[in-house]
Design a binder for this molecule. Sequence first.
Ligand code: NAD
Length: 481
Amino acid sequence: MRRFQLLINGEWVNPIGDAWIESKNPFNGEVWAEIPRCTANDVDKAVNAAHVALTKGAWAEMTASQRGMLLHRLGTLIARDATKLAEIEVQDNGKLFAEMSAQLNYIPQWYYYYGGLADKIQGSTLPLDKKGYFCFTRNEPIGVVAAITPWNSPLLLAAWKIAPALAAGCTIVIKPSEFTSVSTLEFARLFEEAGFPPGVINVITGFGSEVGSALVEHPLVSKITFTGSDTTGKLINQQAAAHLKHTSMELGGKSPNIIFEDADIKQAIYGAVSGIFAASGQTCIAGSRLLVQESVYDEVVDKLLEIARTAKMGNPMDSTTQVGPVTTLPQYQKVLDYIEIAKKDGATLLLGGLPGRAPGCEKGWFVEPTIFGDVKNHMRIAQEEVFGPVLSIIKFKDEEDAVAIANDVRFGLAAAAWTKDIGRALRMSEKLKAGTVWINTYRAISYMAPFGGYKDSGLGRENGQDAIKEYLQVKSVWINS
Ligand code: NAD
């Protein structure tokens, strides 16, 4: 078993309280690593280090192009270590190695992209309405950033925050989830090798209520960028509001995936399967509500069951495995609870519904791919985020009905529509209230495409050129000539 230390001010240290948290492998429930259980004292050390690095020394004096080059170098180091980092992610969160490997090989792009943008941050000169004055704007780093990430894709979601924040000239303290901190700690070994001065990026670990909260409250933190549940996001926003701190929030979802009768049904069904069952449903963009037009409902359900029934459960490191475990024990129990709630509310169980007990999986936190039919949109299974391999199928009559059902939920992270009618595709892109709308595809993401939520799914956007603005503040400079 490996014990990991914290990275504060460029040094690897034990937590002040010398307390540790066990990291368990979801495939077999075994403890495979220990991570530091920090307290507010460690938070204070990390934030102070980030504040010093922000205000004086090598990072503060660096040009934007030099910052960009460091980000680029970090990207190349991640590419070099992609396999090792992917293996750690699998041990920590149980996702399939194939998926984590693809993710790790894509993550460097965020560092290259924002590294390239670092020296393109420009102010403007203003055509003033006052004679004798000259006015221009400067874009300055917003300050010390606290980045809090969830357990489902630690390194990908950290990249969405670290790359633009550093490109903007900020310094950062990252707090990964207590369930999956190891990959972030291992990744942090690359910061020094990439050439980042001490204190620019710090990693602390521990429980949200102890460490996350202390980070949010710390007076030297100017901005909180958070990815996680909407419950925690709202709590953090309340705390941040008391100190007028800036926040960006990437929260949960209950995304509708709509199959119209004119869709390429085969393609749509594959989209539906990967939409919900990839990563065992533990993605914020999971297509957990499948809306199917009544004229093709039976056909879609039959074919969907045929495919889902054959999904192979197993060791996530095995290349033939299609369904891995749920990442945490509490989450595993929550998913099974939701299955019971759905049955009680009158949804029809069409597939699964039980803990996964395939050979070799007995000790892990597996849930069978589960499909409910005859779901009504008001049911809890259609309204609340399960974050597991559970699909709710809802029947609709026509386009108007589909839009009404799709939008009748408090989340708005993503939505998809499957249709061959270009007019309908365009109408859907306008009418679906979500930060991302896919037409005839599901799950596509890119460092270039803004990502974020409508409604309870979040505040602000990550990815794309504008994400850098989340880490900048504008100063107007007036000169009396
Ligand atoms: P969570 O809200 O329980 O925890 C997220 C992080 O917040 C963890 O690091 C946790 O330690 C920390 N935290 C918990 N309480 C805190 C507090 N009081 N103050 C500060 N920090 C605190 O979420 P989770 O269970 O780890 O992740 C699953 C959730 O994340 C789902 O709702 C999912 O939809 C969401 N998510 C959203 C996106 C997105 O981009 N919108 C991406 C992935 C996951």
